[in-house]
Design a protein around this ligand. Sequence first.
Ligand code: ZN
Length: 330
Amino acid sequence: MRAFGVDSLTVEEVEDPSPGRGQVVVRVVEAGVNPVDYFVVSGMRTVEPMPHIPGAEFAGVVEEVGPDVKSVRPGDRVVVYPRVFCGRCDMCVSGSEHLCRVGGIVGAVTNGGFAEKALVSESNVFKIPDSVSWDIAASLPVAALTSYHALREAGVSPGDVVVIVGASGNTGQFALQLAKMMGARVLAVSSKKWPLELGADEVAPVEQSYEVLRKMTGGRLADVVVDAVGTPTLPTSLKLLDSRGRLIIFGALRGSSLSLSATDLYSRELRIVGTTGGTRGEFMRLIDMASRGLLKVKVWRRHRLTEAREALKLLFSRERDGRVMLVAGS
Ligand SMILES: [Zn+2]
């Protein structure tokens, strides 16, 4: 893209990237389309370089490696950790490379994966076995990692009641599955029924979520509510929290303002847990879970890599019923 705005996205022939020391060129096979890409394309995030190739979440095959690259070889199937990090700042050395002081998101502060080939650092590239589908592989870096890190930060433990608002969305699908694996009982808030197939104990549209939750818990409420929808659902999400409950926010797809009663917050000992992305350690665990066949994804539409503009628009479509993916042409 040469200007901000989804309608400014164009398809262009550019020079193939060439790997420098410690760098890897990945031939993109599949990319997930996420709100972060929309924010990048809309100019709501720091974007470089310009002209720019967006795309934070992708998987593919190693095409070429630069000098000193030891962990992967051409032909390896790989997924790309979506954060650029320095490895030297206090955040990086304490294992929070997703909060690197000088880093950022792949596809925002670097060219990303909505392209035939992407240039990434070796430290961002992780091998995946043949048994992991490209749909799953291309859902690990953003959708799955964001959910996994958030649930861990909120300390979800066996027996917790977890409500996932937007359970049929990108992150919601994985938050649901991962919360179940952590031993929680899960209410999926969605107008669709298929979250039950991913393991949800109950599913309810947002208007009925309070009653369904009360019934499900025998009058209690939720220990954890995950809400990445934003302004329209946050008031309900706060109401769904039991005393000592934690509200997880890692996105605000439909608006980010939140009105909050400070009295409600302290008198019920509520906590708001903001999270973003996840660590490489968590990413490796997710790859392991995917390798063991523990993760599923519901894909709604697959578009060609050249159709990123259409795909980004579908992200906000009311009819959206699962993920929107971009796949390389044959
Ligand atoms: Zn750093």
